[in-house]
Design a protein. Structure first.
Length: 215
């Protein structure tokens, strides 16, 4: 497990969340801007006219980031295994290979740690196969402590390196301190509640991340 203060500036990371709609894509945009890193979404499920890759492209300002094409683009906003069945596609572990780049890289998962990609292969399995340290995005809501701790336990059970946690949205000091103390993980950043995401917002938050985690 990585613990040094310069971790966030070190290289390639897999961004996952404690569930869906916790802000993984917005956090990924901030990280891509802060690190001037490439971006890759291996599996996109649903929203074909406004994919997460498109959102990243709309939100970043730097000229260094390259957005690599998805391996799977599924038509329905469902769990990937179910969306793949509807599209008559079978997702295979052998189909995933990290984009070839000399740049830093942010890989964004779909949903949470145990989201299934097929009948036996879950998002955590993909993280394990790609051998990337994981950044876990947590958002404060009733039940988020349970979801965060369970996500950490699964990652640790599978011996997947956890770079740390990013809290996204409105702060809850009691919740965050319990998660930090119980897991012993580094809190890499805290992204405040944002009502309107745009390039300026992402650039401002990226600057804050760079200041908190200097290279």
């Amino acid at each position: 497990m990585y613990e040094d203060d310069g971790l966030l500036m070190a290289g390639k990371y897999f961004v996952t969340g404690i569930g869906t709609e916790v802000g993984k894509t917005m956090v990924s945009a901030v990280l891509c801007e802060a690190l001037e890193a490439d971006y890759w979404k291996p599996v996109q499920a649903g929203d074909p006219d406004h994919t997460d890759s498109m959102k990243i492209a709309e939100l970043i300002s730097n000229k260094k980031t390259i957005i690599h094409p998805e391996r799977y683009k599924l038509s329905e906003p469902m769990s990937p295994h179910a969306a793949a069945q509807l599209d008559k596609v079978r997702i295979s572990p052998r189909d995933f290979e990290l984009p070839k780049t000399e740049n830093k890289l942010i890989v964004e998962g779909a949903g949470g740690v145990m989201v299934p990609l097929n009948d036996y292969y879950h998002m955590a399995s993909l993280m394990d196969d790609l051998h990337l340290p994981v950044i876990l995005v947590s958002r404060n809501y009733l039940g988020s402590i349970n979801h965060t701790l369970l996500s950490v336990e699964v990652l640790r059970y599978m011996d997947i390196q956890i770079a740390g946690i990013i809290f996204n949205g409105e702060r809850n000091h009691t919740t965050e301190s319990h998660i930090e103390e119980y897991t012993g993980l580094q809190i890499l950043a805290r992204i405040p509640q944002v009502d309107q995401w745009d390039k300026k917002t992402v650039a401002d938050l990226a600057k804050r991340v760079r200041e908190e985690f200097p290279a």
